[in-house]
Design a protein around this ligand. Structure first.
Ligand code: ZN
Ligand code: ZN
Length: 413
């Protein structure tokens, strides 16, 4: 890949994505194969005055062996030091921020017992809950960004040789992440300003519900949580510093009311769950809950996801993404939610973000649920936005507002 662009990508992720501050420790979660990129981020962070950078390597291939051969009870027994290894930094002077580098094989766990994988993943999430609350509540700056792996590149560009595929995926990432123009920091500032304007407009409208419709059969009315707020572009941490939680990001999103979602919604892009692609899915909602579902491929995996826990059949997020987003325009299916969710409007099964209701960060889960913010150990974004999608909003004083027309923003800002 182009070394200079890779470094600019790392700098932009550190400076705008995480927005690392002087005296903060940056924790980097990174797959072994991406070590060179973690080092580039480490350098970029220390150059802007980070106190320290701690890299935590993960190894998907080793994890596969463990998931296959070790006892489930052992895998679910997550030792306290794993949690402490994060909290020790979060609770120390200057605090921490965290960058998770995603570089995984979309089919890393193909052929393994999906139920076992799901239960192990849930146990890990539950054990790490006190740490997860730091990111879920925006208590600290956090960012997730991806780099290519040979397996991922081959999945995205199967017609190319491994090396060319990886090169092409790097170039596509540089393109859709606004690095190719040579000044990603500036381009992102402009993009964030535009998206913020739509977000603020939606907040002014004081909506009761939105209705999503498209010719493929989608007609879904999503009631919004009490005191919901639209978020997007950049977020603000408890310490007042802004950050971009997902690189790239094109969405403006909020909390649905988990009891007030009704109608039918069709998937428009495949969804990869625990390494397994679910295609052409469809859901029917009644009073917030999925009462019927289907998929052309891996329907049983979809069922396992929906049965994860009490809240897994309800949605915690609804997000608006224009069809003109660079990710959609690239025409590439990334088989990676971080990218694909920014190609299309989506809904997320499972937990809502406390930050999407007023005062939500300091509410208990019971209080959040009372506002309609869904609770679950999972959060799975699934793409439902179509090129011809119309979205209308119903305001609390009974007015109808057109938000999207033909897949594009129709609000005046
Ligand atoms: Zn989203
Ligand atoms: Zn989401």
């Amino acid at each position: 890949m182009n070394q200079k662009m890779m470094e600019q990508y790392a700098e932009f992720i550190v400076q705008v994505g995480v927005n690392v501050q002087k005296n903060q420790t940056l924790i980097i979660n990174c797959p072994l194969d991406a070590a060179y990129f973690a080092r580039a981020c480490m350098k970029a962070a220390l150059q802007v005055g980070a106190r320290d950078v701690v890299i935590r390597y993960t190894d998907e291939k080793a994890e596969r062996i463990r998931l296959e051969l070790a006892e489930e009870s052992v895998l679910c027994d997550v030792k306290p030091y794993v949690l402490r290894s994060y909290l020790d930094y979060a609770e120390s002077e200057g605090g921490c921020c965290v960058l998770s580098i995603s570089a995984s094989d979309p089919e890393a766990y193909k052929g393994l017992d999906a139920g076992k994988i799901n239960r192990v993943a849930l146990a890990r999430r539950q054990a790490l809950q006190p740490w997860r609350s730091y990111t879920m509540n925006d208590r600290i700056q956090w960012c997730v960004a991806a780099i290519p792996t040979p397996a991922w590149a081959k999945k995205v560009f199967p017609e190319l040789e491994a090396e060319q595929a990886e090169e092409k995926l790097w170039q596509t990432i540089f393109d859709v992440c606004r690095v190719t123009g040579g000044n990603p920091v500036q381009e992102w500032k402009e993009h964030i300003a535009k998206t913020t304007a739509y977000r603020d407009k939606l907040n002014q409208l004081n909506l009761e519900s939105i209705r999503m419709q498209s010719a493929n059969g989608t007609d879904l009315t999503v009631g919004l949580a009490e005191g919901h707020t639209w978020e997007g572009a950049s977020s603000k941490a408890e310490n007042g510093f802004t950050f971009v939680a997902n690189v790239p990001t094109e969405e403006v999103f909020t909390a649905p009311h988990c009891l007030r979602v009704n109608g039918v919604v069709k998937g428009t892009k495949p969804y990869v769950y625990n390494g397994q692609p679910i295609e052409n899915f469809s859901f029917t909602f009644k009073d917030g809950k999925v009462v019927e579902y289907s998929a052309d491929k891996n329907q049983e995996v979809l069922g396992q996801m929906l049965d994860s826990d009490e809240g897994a059949r309800r949605i915690g997020e609804v997000a608006l993404v224009p069809a003109s987003s660079p990710i959609n325009r690239s025409g590439v299916l990334f088989f990676n939610t971080l990218y694909d969710e920014n190609a299309a409007c989506h809904i997320a099964f499972g937990a809502g973000y406390p930050t999407t209701v007023k005062g939500g960060s300091s509410m208990s889960s019971e209080q959040l649920l009372e506002c309609g913010v869904n609770q679950s150990a999972i959060h799975e974004d699934m793409m439902v936005g179509a090129e011809d999608m119309t979205i209308t909003g119903l305001t609390r004083d009974g007015q109808t507002v057109t938000i999207f027309e033909n897949g594009e923003w129709a609000l005046e800002v």
